[in-house]
Design a protein around this ligand. Structure first.
Ligand SMILES: Nc1nc2c(ncn2[C@@H]2O[C@H](COP(=O)(O)OP(=O)(O)OP(=O)(O)O)[C@@H](O)[C@H]2O)c(=O)[nH]1
Ligand SMILES: [Mg+2]
Length: 294
């Protein structure tokens, strides 16, 4: 476990929500580790701290299983962006976003940004079957924010999974690239249903959710949030189809969101400068020195 005093504080929080098996963990793996591997069904939640330019972004992966549903609104507390994920081959997974997950986002920031993401596009769309991000080391996915520093995000070997606990509305502090799992209680997780037959060069599976249905859901989310469509980000910009398996659109998804949450990051940093928090470690060190003097 890293020392608390060395941990970085996330500037902003991005949360991935959606039904079990839609590929939330796989999307996060693909983006952060540049890999696709069979993920184990998530228990509770986990977060990954992404250093993006000079900013620290915590990305929360949540469990889609019904038994963890109660935790969802806790994870969404203070979120600046939420990725609502469905599986393009499973219509019910889109319906679940509205029926089960949307209300969990009530605890997010008032200006939270929503992305609707149809994953597993490789199963239905030949274009998404072409591997755009071959498996490889986590050497940093892309350049930094468009308006950010020239040196881009400092990814590196530090990014990877670590067990631990995180708390607080923006997630607990974590070392650079650290992933923390949060198993609230040990719960037996039943075996995953077998995945649908992969086309693997064969014929694609039927697509059950079209882009227009995702865009319609986006419109309903805006209405649920009491937002005007005219003054909000347009559906064609906020609805994505991705493949965690091939990497199709995965970097585009995360980096579009990071750029969109930049104003939230800057606002939070500005607020912190105006009312700085007390660092207990500094206090302890200082008081220790005083004791030594007397
Ligand atoms: N073909 C294909 N399979 C995928 C893709 N993403 C995930 N999968 C598979 O779908 C299954 C579920 O993936 P996960 O990433 O564990 O799904 P999850 O949404 O995190 O599931 P929970 O943690 O249970 O909520 C695994 O067998 C993955 O290998 C994808 O883009 N394409
Ligand atoms: Mg998962």
């Amino acid at each position: 476990m890293p020392e608390i005093s060395k941990m970085k504080k996330p500037d902003v929080k991005v949360v991935i929500l959606g039904d079990m098996n839609v590929g939330k963990t796989s999307l996060l793996h693909r983006y952060t580790e540049r890999k696709f591997r069979d993920a184990i069904s998530t228990i509770g939640g986990a977060f990954y701290l992404k250093q993006w330019g000079p900013y620290n972004i915590s990305i929360w992966d949540t469990a889609g299983r019904e038994q963890f549903h109660g935790l969802g609104s806790m994870y969404c507390r203070g979120a600046a962006a939420i990725i609502l994920t469905y599986d393009v081959t499973n219509w019910q997974s889109l319906a679940e976003l509205e029926e089960r997950f949307l209300s969990l986002t009530d605890t997010a920031n008032h200006d939270c940004i929503y992305a609707i993401v149809g994953n597993k596009a490789d199963l239905t769309d030949p274009q998404a079957q072409r591997t755009v991000a071959p498996d490889g080391p986590a050497d940093g996915p892309a350049d930094g924010p468009a308006d950010g520093p020239a040196d881009g995000p400092a990814d590196g070997p530090g990014e990877g999974p670590v067990d631990g606990l995180a708390d607080g509305p923006t997630g607990g502090p974590a070392d650079d690239g650290e992933r923390r799992t949060e198993p609230p209680v040990p719960v037996p997780v039943p075996a995953r249903p077998p995945p649908p037959a992969s086309p693997g060069g064969g014929s694609p599976l039927p697509k059950q959710v079209g882009r227009d249905e995702a865009a319609a859901l986006y419109g309903r989310i805006l209405r649920y949030k009491g937002l005007e469509e005219k003054s909000s980000l347009p559906a064609d910009r906020m609805c994505f189809e991705t493949s965690a398996k091939t990497g199709y659109n995965v970097d585009v998804l995360f980096e579009t969101l990071f750029e969109l949450v930049l104003p939230s990051i800057l606002r939070k940093r500005n607020e912190n400068q105006q009312s700085p928090t007390v660092d207990l470690e500094d206090y302890r060190e200082a008081s220790g020195k005083r004791r030594g003097c007397c």
